[in-house]
Design a protein around this ligand. Sequence first.
Ligand SMILES: NC(=O)c1ccc[n+]([C@@H]2O[C@H](COP(=O)([O-])OP(=O)(O)OC[C@H]3O[C@@H](n4cnc5c(N)ncnc54)[C@H](O)[C@@H]3O)[C@@H](O)[C@H]2O)c1
Length: 349
Amino acid sequence: MRIFVAGGAGFIGSVLVPHLLEAGHEVTALDRFYFGPTLKAAEARFGDRLRILRDDIRTFDTEAALAGIEAVVDLAGISNDPSCDLEAHLTESINIGGGKRLAAAARRAGVRRYVYTSSCSVYGHGAGLGLTESSPRNPVSLYARAKCEVEDYAMQLGRESEGAFETVALRLATVFGVSPRMRFDLAVNVMTKNAYVNRKVSIEGGGKQWRPFVHVLDVARAMHIAATAESSRCAGRVFNVGSDENNVQIAQLAYRVRDAVPSTELVTVGTDPDLRDYNVRFDVIRETLGYQTTRTIDDGIQEVLEALRSGKVDPDDRRGYTLRQYVFLREAELAAQSLAIGGHILGEP
Ligand SMILES: NC(=O)c1ccc[n+]([C@@H]2O[C@H](COP(=O)([O-])OP(=O)(O)OC[C@H]3O[C@@H](n4cnc5c(N)ncnc54)[C@H](O)[C@@H]3O)[C@@H](O)[C@H]2O)c1
């Protein structure tokens, strides 16, 4: 199958792309590569079966890029709350404008299956435990509101197409694990890193808030299934992606990290209560698509520890911190606008 992955160089994308290639698909990965050349190994390994487009979801030539594509997975965008709050208009143009543009272009191009990456954070401050796909959404951030808006838009496009354009929305739990584009701003990863580097883990937002987690490779597996499963099982459907056992309260997560890195000090930080509090159920994806996760939170903690110990990941690399990297890129852009002559700042104009 020919699959187009927008945001294919990101934390999830750079695991998904090789996963799809290994399964025999041809993949086109579009990305701005804001976090570095994370698809180099996949390029070397899979040659022509991987086509890379270094381009922007808001402006790329959709007709040329989507010709012959059978499934689209959209992962592109600014990927956490604080980075989305940096410049609201950029989030609106990339996450909402770019997401809708890609969905509409995919439909026009005759793509059959469209998989949108949403988030369990659409449940926001969830009422009670065990939220399902039909529980009310209650987004408490611009990031999550953008997810709701594009989810609705894509689903509507699917309904209007009368079966020609099959849309699937995946509401991911918070992801963990190691990827070529490492993320140390996700709870399991950051707590493990802080325990390893500083022997100290902060519990923020009170610690009682629930959060579901899922390993990055299990996300790639869910996306592969959503892109290829028979229509009757997934067209027009929304699925939570994760597993019931991987719902934990943030303080419990900190205890598990301390179990893995003894002598770690836990510090409860007196911050405002975290508004994101959701405990989610995952029976629909299990029963409809036969999907089960394969990695536990403890597996993820061990994996991240091993990557830190072996030097496979560098905890000091700015690109592992989404907000820091976007702040850096924004400052670089402002500096270029005010200082560059002929495209150069220090180089000879
Ligand atoms: N990681 C999680 O815990 C999680 C949970 C739920 C949902 N999601 C969603 O999954 C998707 C991928 O998340 P991730 O963790 O891989 O984040 P990420 O930041 O690593 O990946 C996003 C990718 O999009 C690219 N991008 C940003 N703006 C772009 C633009 N204008 N044009 C083209 N490419 C652009 C970035 O370069 C990056 O490679 C995001 O939509 C995110 O909101 C992630």
